[in-house]
Design a protein around this ligand. Sequence first.
Ligand SMILES: [Zn+2]
Length: 72
Amino acid sequence: MPSYCTDCGGELVWDRKIRMHSCKSCGTMFTEAQLSEAQDRRFERPEDDEDRRRRRHSDYLDWWTSSKKKRE
Ligand SMILES: [Zn+2]
């Protein structure tokens, strides 16, 4: 599984001595737990976009219903 730095997107190298991943570019250290957590967050991102789209749609519906009410 290729891993990338969550800060700069740089390549991570596994350091067996300290049992941590370190970024080749900025030197940030990541534990296995931190990396899997970051990966979970990456999977949630499309859902956030979907939620935002749904919210925008319901805003539109609110506007439509209220403008309709005003007209009547
Ligand atoms: Zn980095």
